[in-house]
Each structure stands twice: as structure tokens, then as C-alpha cells.
Design a protein around this ligand. Sequence first.
Ligand SMILES: [Zn+2]
Length: 463
Amino acid sequence: MKKLKLYNSLTNTLEDFIPIDAGNVRLYSCGPTVYASPHIGNARPLVVFDILYRVLGRLYDNCVTYARNITDVDDKINARAKLENISIGELTTAVTAEFHKNLKLLNVLPVTHEPRATDHINEMLSLIDALMVNGFAYESEGHVLFRVKKMAQYGMLSKRSVDDMIAGSRVEVAVYKEDPMDFVLWKPSKDGDPAWDSKYGPGRPGWHIECSAMSHKYLGKQFDIHTGGQDLMFPHHENELAQNFGAFGCIMANYWIHNGMLLVDNQKMSKSLGNIISLDDILKKYDGEAIRYVLLSTHYQKTLNWTNQSVTHALQALDRLYGALANTCAPNTCHDASVQTDFSVLDALCANLNTPLALKYLHDLADKIYKSSDADEIDRLGCLLRQEAGILGLLQKNPDAWFRNNSAELDENKIQQLINEREKAKKEKNFSLADEIRAKLLENNVKIEDTRDGAVWKLLRNH
Ligand SMILES: [Zn+2]
């Protein structure tokens, strides 16, 4: 069996992955807070850890349990529901439905369990009870707090000392806390916000407790892999780990895998910069396969820099790969390409999910197809290419359908359509969209010139 190597943030080393139980490999991912469409940066872990799920499925005969939660109790949810004058339930149901639709477009496989926080309040309260009994939690003014100083190992994941954390002051100082580092497990609800009865008084859970309670329910006290974005390592993951340690006396997960951040034009996405790309919006404009390709084109631990060329490059790359499949058999008639190869997509992915290397391997196969004039060999390599790409969740469409709908190549109709969209964007003063369209056209050797009679275009040669 191939050996999977993963970079473990808990030990800061590249390790051989050894599951607790090879008959049931257990994986947890922190899921979305369903108040609005996630941005493209939030889509990165969804795709990256989908790859991990697929790899584990191959290596362990599909004996994998994958849980990813839905956070449906949160201040942002309350605020948005109020703003839109709809109930919290209506908002979270609608956003969750949209989220599922987008996952499908990205070809992200459904997880085994997708627990919602509001369905697990009792489990959270039981966990809080266990922390109280063990002396890791205390009550104060309607709150229940985690007593950080009780845990000598606190900071073991993010490698920070408690003093550094206080100095960094990402902690809320409050009179009801024994220590500024202590974090909320249960808190009173504000007027009109959802509240649940408990022996600690009516209120709602803190954010961190839900992941500990739900992973415990579906994966056990200690499981194999915990994943999430690097930005969640502290305080969220550190606090999840602390809660499990306090309640059960063990380390929550043996491997902690974190993906790097996604920047847009080398800047962090923010409201003030107006550069937030929502997943909903981008998937309305482009095929999910192209977005998936972009997200896999940078190694998951590295920062991914999104530019307005990213999707165009992915479309071009997919054109090339689908082009190689064009003269081979169709997806449903593909036969098992059981050929001995020195290297495969699975080898690349077993090397700490090296997706760029896996994509390069697909392009090498495509090269061989383009160079070959032997119909049998083209057929065989085509099946191999499709089969290998399947592990990455790519190239499963019919090439004709791909070229009809998505090709980066522009015909006259498409060019005119884009020019019209650009004119409309300019009228609506949406200059970033107008610039993006101009850049997309230029990338395809189409130059627009604005004249008194409107925009005209010409093809550039030798661009
Ligand atoms: Zn979490």
C-alpha cells in the first residue's frame, strides 16, 4: 500500500500517516457559518480537504468517516436575519442550500456527517458539564468559561505561550473572567437572540465548543485528522483541543492539517478594499471545474494569490486537457487503464497532497497524447488521463460539452457578449468588473478600443 505523508501542524513535521483504526479513518473539518455565501478563500479548504478525503478513500477502501459541521448559531447570523427581516431559520436554511449547490458545482463530495450546531446543544452542554466536573470550567455571571491556566499544555498547537497570547491581546478582558485568556463555553443571549435553557441559565454556546461536541459524537474522543484554514489555528483549534483535553484527557486528533491563506492581488480580502470574491458570484460566472483547478494549482500549505488571470489560466489548462481527451473514448465507455506507470496522481497526493505535481502529471499525459499518432495508444492514454484526473475530481465531463460551455477560446459571439457586459458594467460604474472583462479579452488576444461610436475590438497577432 502507498504511504501517505502529511505535514502535521501539531508536531511541525512531515509524518507518515498511521490511522488509529484502518477500518474507520476519521476526519473532521471546520465548516461554514451560514450567514452569507462564503468567499473564495473559504472555498479553498473545502476543495483541498475533499482531495484528502478522496485519497484516504483510495488508501483505506472507502472506510473513512468525514464530519464537517455547519455553524448555524452566531452573532453574524442574528444580525443578518434582523437586517433582512427574516427568521434565523429561514436565513440559515437558504444559505445552507446555496452552499450545497456550490459544493456540487465544485465537485466536492458529500461528507459522511454534516452536523448543525443547533441540533447539538445538549451534546455541548454535556461536554461543558464534564469540563465543570474536571475543574476545567467555571461559572460566572451567567457565563461558563474555560479555565486556560488549568491546562499546562495550552498553546501546544499554535506554539504560543500564554504570555505571548495575552501580549498579542487577541483575548477579551472581562470582569467576569478569572483570567483574560479564559474563553466562553456558554453565555447569556442578548434580547431577541436564540436562547436555550440550561442549568447555567438561558443562553447559547460559545463557538469553539460546537466542534468538540460534534466531533466527539461522530468521530469519538480522539480521532485521526483535524483540518481547517491556517487562520483557525488560534484561537479556534487551540480551544477545541483544550476542551477535548479537559473533558476526556486525550489529544483530540493526531494530525492537524492547515491550508494557507488566499489573497486577491496579494492583498487580504476585506470589505474596506472591496475585493471580496464571493463563491456564489464566481460560480455564476465560471464553471466550478475551473475554480477547482485554480484552488488545486497551488500547494495547499502555500499562500494562493488570486488574480483576474487565475480563472483564464485554469480554463486554458482545462482546454488543453479536454482537448487531449477529444479523440479518445467517452467518459462512460472508458475502460480500466490498468497500465503500469512509474508514477501516478495518487503518488503525488500521497506526498503531502502535492496537487501541483499531480496536475503536471496530467499535462505530461496530455503531451503524450498530442504527440502520438497511434489510435490505440491515444485511446489507452486517454482512459488513463481521465482515470487519473478522477482522483482530483477533474476531467469527468464530455470534452464536447466542455468546449461548448467553458472554453477559454472566444468566438465572435462570446466576444460581443463580453463587450456588452463590459459596457453595462461601465454604465453601472462597476469598473473592477469592466477591467476584469477587458483583461479576459486581452488574455485571449482581443483588444478593445473605446471610440465615440462605442467599443470596437480587434485581434492581436503574436501577442
Ligand atoms: Zn471548528
